[in-house]
Design a binder for this molecule. Structure first.
Ligand code: NAP
Length: 339
């Protein structure tokens, strides 16, 4: 185990992680950020923006910016203010100890007074042929708000029957000439109001009781092969954009029993981004915060994730200011006695 006790350890390298790194760097806290190992295509250092092309809704970039470029700029900006980076995953944590103990994927242990979990979420995938091949700029996307504008007057489809699918289908109609909603049942999960809006939109056509079984194309997508779940009949629908809205999975497996989670796996936080005690969610875990899509299942935008990263870093900074040297020493002695 490293002798050093870090002021701030940040886990994750998406917009929330880099923003937390920037803020705690500028506060002279010399943060240590674990950027993660690449696990293509689900999980990449840099997060979901690494598989996005043009980002046109991140403020400050009048002409848009490529997702990976935005992440590179954020990284450099955080590093400029002293954020140190290790390209490993964090695989284990112990928040019962003060300072907290974190083990990385290379087997090294680190101690930290504060920890910011910013590991994001990953879109669920269907696992069908063509889905990975055309992902990220070649016609397959899991974010209509990010990529919809590339399908002006084109035909798209979206898979899913929840609120996200309806919201994204409606968003796509601002650009696309037609949007198929492919759903595996003949009843939607989405709220009634979203259903009604989708039903009333003349550009949306529902393909009921069907599942996509292949994304078809050469250099880019030109169709989707669907199978009717009752008749097994197959057909290819010509499309240019294949969108997925079958839910997200928060990347919280490594803390599943260390912090309180919602049933869907998102981290529960208070209004200062504190994580909560899994055994007693009325209690916060001192010094441990979550930021971005790993806790936020509502907004899920790069700019909101960055905002949460900022809040978590400011909360960590305030906490570090109130725990004086005496508290830090007492914790070290306590841990030494336990060992
Ligand atoms: P969701 O409600 O879990 O819906 C996922 C949809 O994908 C379901 O219709 C499901 O089908 C379908 N699906 C899942 N796995 C599939 C598979 N392997 N193959 C084919 N279809 C599959 O997820 P969500 O729409 O992302 O919403 C998540 C939460 O955020 C919800 O609570 C939602 O209300 C909320 N939300 C709210 C808004 C809003 O209020 N504006 C917008 C977005 C999200 P089945 O229905 O058959 O299970």
């Amino acid at each position: 185990m490293s002798e050093t006790i870090e002021n701030v350890v940040i886990v994750g390298s998406g917009p929330s992680g880099w923003t937390a790194g920037l803020y705690s760097g500028r506060a002279n806290l010399s943060p240590l950020l674990f950027a993660g190992q690449p696990h293509w295509p689900e999980l990449l250092p840099g997060g979901q923006l690494m598989t996005t092309t043009e980002v046109e809704n991140y403020p400050g970039f009048e002409n848009g910016i490529l997702g990976p470029d935005l992440m590179e700029i954020m990284r450099k900006q955080a590093e400029r203010y002293g954020c140190r980076v290790i390209g490993e995953d964090i695989v284990e944590v112990d928040f019962n100890q003060r300072p907290a103990v974190l083990k990385d994927g290379a087997g090294n242990e680190h101690r930290a007074w504060t920890v910011i979990i910013a590991t994001g979420a990953r879109p669920k995938r269907l696992g069908i042929p063509g889905e990975t091949e055309f992902f990220g700029g070649k016609g397959v996307s899991s974010c209509a708000v990010c990529d919809g504008a590339f399908y002006k007057e084109k035909v798209c489809c979206i898979t899913g029957g929840g609120d996200s699918a309806m919201e994204e289908a409606l968003y796509l109609t601002h650009h696309a000439s037609k949007v198929y909603v492919i759903h595996r049942r003949e009843e939607l999960r989405a709220s009634k109001i979203m259903q009604q809006r989708a039903f009333e939109n003349s550009k949306i056509e529902f393909v009921w009781n069907s599942i996509p079984i292949e994304v078809v194309g050469e250099n880019s997508v030109n169709g989707v092969r669907v199978r009717h779940v009752q008749t097994n009949e197959e057909k290819v629908i010509p499309i240019s954009g294949f969108f997925l809205a079958i839910g997200h999975i928060p990347n919280t497996g490594f803390v599943h029993d260390k912090v309180a989670l919602h049933g869907s796996g998102y981290i529960r936080v208070d209004e200062h981004q504190h994580c909560l005690n899994p055994k007693n969610p009325a209690e916060v875990i001192e010094g441990v915060y979550a930021a971005g899509d790993c806790h936020d299942h509502s907004w899920r935008q790069a700019v909101t994730a960055a905002g949460f990263g900022c809040m978590a870093a400011l909360s960590a900074e305030r906490y570090l200011a109130v725990i004086d040297d005496q508290v830090k020493r007492a914790s070290i002695n306590q841990n030494a006695a336990k060992a």
